[in-house]
Design a binder for this molecule. Structure first.
Ligand code: ADP
Ligand code: MG
Length: 741
């Protein structure tokens, strides 16, 4: 099914942003002092090295050096990063590989700038808009026998909930406030075919750069952002823009095959120290979730880089599950770690570099996804073939095309056919018109006969019109479907842009060359260290001592740097533990507050009821209420006690139903009992009528709507005279308190 390619490592590149105004001002203040402090990051783009200086360390402290696939200093352009690092990845996606680019780094270091950039300025456009452009340009340039279908989805993970940013229900009544509850949270699922995926995620077919940009804009409007001290528009969620490119192309076996490439463009929320970002309340809770998922990501990276641990904790967070394929699975992955050069963020910068350094060792196993079962392109092709068959059937050409939809792509031939048919139809109409005219003018026909013939012709014309409408509808549907598929070599605008194309290729070649050069440089560096001692021959003992001393010194320095590294690691560990404790304390305090409210304001009975209904869902990692009404499928079936009855029915009711005396509530299973016809019990009261007055005299209202309970009252209404003073038991309740007097 799929071609296995050899494994490859995750590509890790570093990007450092320029000092911002605040930092520049702070640095200007410091540089006045002797031994000034500017940026703390130095980069060697040729070697792919980052050197980090500790601004608070002792003067002799060795600098920390890290080597990566590429590094981009503050003067680098968006285009440089794209051409050298991203372009090859997107090309792989177009060839049917899965690809992931994710930006990682402290808040405010340029993750969103790298991924999105400034859309309106071509020079400052980030990875995502450039990728859009690239995908559609490549499609238009590909061979004419290829068909493509491009789909896009956009989601964010906000507080460990997956939200669909293109959900039509969220966009329909446009809600400017981001933190609404109208967001549906989605669930993660796993299938052997497509790995981990999000169930019910909206996915839109895109035909052009404009359309896909529109989608991104729509999604960005409902994305969760909020200001922190470090970044005014800090992303408070991890976002993932997913582009699926399906390509149908003829294989060497003569059949058409479908390749599916998925591109994940991930902009992570910033890793941050809560103290620095100055957040509290809701923001703190967001931060806690962000940090938890980022540390889960860190753990996954560590476990993968280690190579020894059998268990990779992908399930610890939504983020790591979504990136499961991208880290150690079927994908080509690029990680862009972003840094700031300011001395006050030394620790964070070091952490980011360590994180990135570890990720370099992750081995992925990318392969071409060929002919997966869930390819949408195949469905489209089938539907188009079906519509086309219907159309050609209508057009009476009888020239049915192959049902399997894998046949060629001859839109032009079709159009010619359509024109022919249209001409034919117009001719028919004209002929009918002429015939009608002839009938009207024919004097030899009777008036009646004329009318009949005219009516017939009229009907024929009506049929013709109906036929035409139906065909038009079908054609419109067919064209709409067809237009969603993009065809290689068709929308060629590059006859005029030939030069641009050549330029691009040249740029690509240069990027490739410099990449190779860097690789070789790095290899040479490593080899140098190893072979140095082999090549050395010593002419005298003295020389040997010198050489060995030199080597000892070198190794001693290395030992010191490793020791420092360990110390740093410990410090880092302590720091992150302290931070976690701090978060824990905050959350505990909040928990106590909630417990207090529950203890004082919710009755224990209610509380227990709620507690009994709660169950923990490990899959979703949250507590859920078991529904009060069991789900439809679990609902207990009513025992069918009697065939044909709605509900169980008593023997008595069944018998009386059979007697069929009452037709009114027959189906309702109401028991009819005959009323007690005996005379009411009467009690004589020893009162003189003049004193008591009328004991019972129905009011006007009662007379109008009497509640006769007993049939004896209905049938034999008897006037109650005041002299008899009889009180029926049935009317007792209605008797006024005067009766008691
Ligand atoms: P993050 O997403 O990492 O929190 P942003 O991408 O929002 O950070 O960047 C914060 C600020 O820094 C933005 O104003 C952005 O324009 C600026 N910035 C980031 N990287 C660069 C860069 N390489 N060149 C110029 N400006 C940058
Ligand atoms: Mg951001």
């Amino acid at each position: 099914m799929s071609k296995v390619k050899s494994s490859e490592t995750v590509k890790v590149v570093i990007r450092c942003r320029p000092l911002n105004r605040k930092e520049e001002a702070a640095a200007a203040g410091v540089t006045r002092t002797p031994g000034g402090v500017g940026g703390i990051v130095e980069m060697d783009m040729r070697l792919g090295q980052v050197v980090l200086r500790n601004p608070r360390g002792p003067p002799g402290e060795p600098r920390k050096t890290f080597t990566f696939d590429s590094v981009y200093d503050p003067s680098s352009k968006q285009r440089d990063l794209y051409d050298e690092t991203v372009r090859p990845l997107i090309d792989s996606v177009l060839d049917g590989f899965n690809g992931t680019i994710f930006a990682y780094g402290q808040t405010g270091t340029g993750k969103t700038y790298t991924m999105q950039g400034v859309w309106l300025e071509p020079e400052r456009r980030g990875v995502i808009p450039n990728a859009f452009e690239h995908v559609f340009t490549q499609i238009s340039r590909s061979a004419a026998d290829r068909q493509y279908l491009v789909r896009a989805s956009y989601l964010e993970i906000y507080r460990e909930e997956i939200r669909d940013l293109l959900d039509p229900n969220v966009h329909a009544p446009h809600v400017p406030n981001v933190h609404t509850h109208s967001h549906r949270t989605l669930e993660l699922r796993e299938s052997p075919e497509s790995g981990v995926y999000v169930r019910d995620l909206t996915s839109c077919v895109c035909k052009s750069v404009k359309e896909i940009q529109e989608l991104m804009n729509v999604g960005n409007q409902v994305r969760s952002v909020g200001a922190t001290d470090m970044n005014e528009h800090s992303s408070r969620s991890h976002t993932l823009f997913l582009i699926t490119v399906e390509c149908s192309l003829p294989g060497p076996d003569g059949r058409r095959h479908i390749r599916v490439g998925r591109l994940n463009l991930v902009d992570l929320a910033g890793s941050e120290r809560q103290a620095k970002t100055g957040v509290h309340g809701e923001r703190l809770k967001e931060a806690a979730k962000i940090n938890l998922s980022l540390s889960a990501l860190g753990n996954v990276i560590s476990a993968l880089a280690d190579g020894r641990s059998a268990h990779i904790p992908y399930r610890d967070s939504k983020l790591t599950r979504l990136l499961q394929d991208s880290l150690g699975g079927n994908a080509k992955t690029v990680m862009v770690a972003t840094l700031g050069p300011a001395p006050q963020h030394y620790e964070e910068t070091l952490t980011t570099l360590r994180y990135a350094n570890r990720a370099k060792n992750i081995q992925n196993k990318p392969r071409v996804n060929e002919d997966p079962k869930d390819a949408l392109l195949r469905e489209f092709q089938k539907e188009i073939a079906r519509l086309r068959a219907q159309l050609s059937h209508r057009e009476g050409r009888g020239k049915h095309r192959k049902e399997d939809g894998e046949e060629g792509w001859d839109g032009e031939g079709d159009e010619e056919g359509e024109e022919e048919v249209e001409k034919e139809r117009t001719l028919q109409e004209e002929r009918l018109e002429e015939e009608k005219e002839a009938i009207r003018e024919d004097g030899s026909l009777l008036a009646e006969e004329k009318q009949r013939l005219l009516g017939e012709k009229e009907r024929m014309m009506g049929d013709l019109r109906k036929e035409r409408d139906a065909t038009e509808q079908l054609t419109a549907k067919y064209k709409a479907m067809e237009s969603k598929l993009l065809v290689g070599g068709k929308n060629i605008m590059d006859h005029t842009n030939e030069q641009q194309k050549t330029l691009e290729i040249r740029r690509q070649e240069i990027a490739e060359q410099s990449r190779r050069e860097r690789e070789i440089q790095q290899q040479v560096m490593v080899q140098d260290e190893e072979t140095l001692e082999l090549r050395e021959t010593f002419s005298s003992l003295q020389q040997e001592v010198e050489a060995k001393t030199k080597k000892l010194k070198k190794l001693y320095a290395k030992l010191q740097s490793v020791k420092a590294e360990i110390q740093d690691g410990d410090d880092e560990h302590v720091r992150s533990r302290q931070e976690l404790e701090q978060t824990q304390n905050q959350l505990t305090r909040e928990l106590r507050f909630k417990c207090l409210i529950i203890a004082n304001f919710i009755p224990p009975g209610e509380k227990n009821k709620i507690m009994n209904r709660l169950t923990f869902d490990p899959e979703e990692d949250q507590w859920k209420f078991t529904p009060l009404v069991p789900a439809e499928s679990q609902m207990k079936k009513r025992p069918v006690s009697a065939v044909g009855y709605k509900r169980p029915i008593s023997q008595y009711a069944r018998v009386s139903l059979a007697m069929a005396s009452h037709s009114r509530y027959r189906a309702e299973n109401i028991m009819f009992l005959d009323l007690d016809m005996t005379h009411p019990t009467t009690v004589s009261l020893d009162h003189r009528p003049s004193e008591v007055g009328p004991i019972y005299s129905p009011t006007d209202r009662e007379r109008a709507a009497p509640f006769h309970m007993s049939r004896s009252w209905c049938q034999t209404p008897r006037a109650i005279t005041s002299s008899t003073s009889t009180v029926s038991l049935a009317t007792h309740s209605t008797a006024t308190p005067t009766a008691a007097q």
